[in-house]
Design a protein around this ligand. Structure first.
Ligand SMILES: Nc1ncnc2c1ncn2[C@@H]1O[C@H](COP(=O)(O)OP(=O)(O)O)[C@@H](O)[C@H]1O
Ligand SMILES: O=P(O)(O)OC[C@H]1O[C@](O)(COP(=O)(O)O)[C@@H](O)[C@@H]1O
Length: 338
């Protein structure tokens, strides 16, 4: 129970069909969760002491890295224990697999927040609905929720650096969109633009798992837009900021994720019973596969902005690409012979 520290604090819960009968109808986790607390030696000691021979580890990319460390230690000690990773995170940032469990549920629920933002925005003059969605390093939820809703005018994700001022910046775009439509909807992933908020990679404070602690980009952006609008137009913006992040993560999974979860569970167990170990289960191009854990931890899944999905998003929102014009772009090109 309660993540990795549960192994050695011996916080256990017996699971049987009666106990798990309707857990798919509940949000959150009946097993509890925690950040940090990974002590490989203590975890493997506990597995050894208790004679456990199959370990199923459920979580995101950090959890999978922890599973890889446990697998290595078990291998070193020559123990006959199967270690299996189950990919669960709403962020969809686990590499190699098609998607992680929880992602489609999050995208679906995010629609409700975006719809609310749209309703609020179109009800007032110069109305902006700003929605923050989860995604520390990956903007998948923001990108898919934007594409699904089609109410969004601007989507900001960690993979795309952006800027506020000047040609092609956010301020210019917002003023233009408000002039054209009278209202707009902005979606921002929590990890977007952190460098503008003073978060420096590798120097900022971290949580117990080693993840960077982020500043609230939604609050920051709200303040910046209001400031700019007031300075330029001399009037206020009707900006409504919605932060549904924990409400989205806490809801029960949708039907598609429920079926997916069953497949992950069955596939995970079949592999262990067949004698495999050190793998994460998940679909690759629709086929359920056993993937060496190290393959899913060697990099993180991020939105590829050269891919067609991001191009689709740009054509749906018409937002700027945030490519700053070069200072000397207007100067005549020097000829090769000069
Ligand atoms: N490189 C690593 N080695 C061992 N354990 C790790 C590693 N990275 C993360 N963990 C552990 O995995 C757990 C979950 O990681 P975290 O980043 O909080 O969440 P997520 O699994 O959603 O990415 C934490 O207990 C953390 O200490
Ligand atoms: O505030 P907490 O509990 O640390 O969670 C916030 C983090 O959870 C995440 O959504 C990841 O959650 P999951 O991996 O559980 O889906 C990150 O995007 C976000 O930064």
């Amino acid at each position: 129970m309660d993540g990795y520290r549960g192994f050695y604090s011996r916080n256990t819960l017996e699971l049987n069909p009666k106990v798990v009968n309707d857990i798919h109808k509940r949000g959150g986790t009946m097993l509890g969760t925690s950040r940090g607390g990974h002590d490989t030696a203590k975890i493997v000691d506990s597995i050894q002491d208790r004679g456990i021979n199959q370990v199923y580890i459920i979580g995101g990319d950090g959890t999978q890295r922890g599973a890889a460390a446990i697998y290595e230690e078990i291998r070193k000690r020559g123990m006959k224990v199967a270690v299996v990773g189950i990919p669960k995170t709403i962020d969809n940032d686990i590499a190699v697999i098609d998607r992680s469990f929880g992602f489609t549920t999050a995208v679906e629920e995010a629609q409700r927040a975006i719809s609310a933002a749209h309703t609020e925005a179109e009800s007032t003059e110069n109305g902006i609905g700003l929605v923050k969605l989860m995604g520390r390093y990956s903007g998948y939820i923001a990108m898919y929720a934007t594409l699904a809703s089609r109410d969004v005018d601007l989507c900001l994700i960690p993979e795309v650096p952006f800027y506020l001022e000047g040609e092609g910046g956010i301020n210019e775009f917002v003023l233009k969109r408000l002039k054209e439509n009278g209202h707009m909807v902005i979606v921002v992933a929590e990890g977007a633009g952190q460098e503008l908020l003073g978060i420096e990679k590798n120097t900022s404070t971290r949580d117990a798992s080693g993840n960077q602690l982020l500043h609230d980009v939604g609050l920051w952006l709200s303040a910046k837009l209001k400031e700019h609008f007031c300075a330029t137009k001399g009037e206020g913006l009707n900006l409504k900021y919605i932060d549904p992040t924990y409400m989205i993560r806490a809801i029960p999974s949708n039907g598609s994720d429920n079926v997916y979860c069953t497949l992950l569970a069955q596939s995970g167990i079949h592999g262990a019973m067949a004698g495999y170990t050190g793998y994460t289960v998940g679909p690759i191009n629709g086929r359920h596969a056993y993937i060496p854990i190290w393959r899913v931890t060697e990099k993180q899944n991020q939105v590829n902005i050269a891919d067609r999905m991001w191009a689709r998003l740009l054509s749906s929102t018409h937002q700027p690409a945030f490519i700053k014009p070069h200072k000397d772009d207007n100067e005549p090109q020097q000829r090769a012979s000069d």
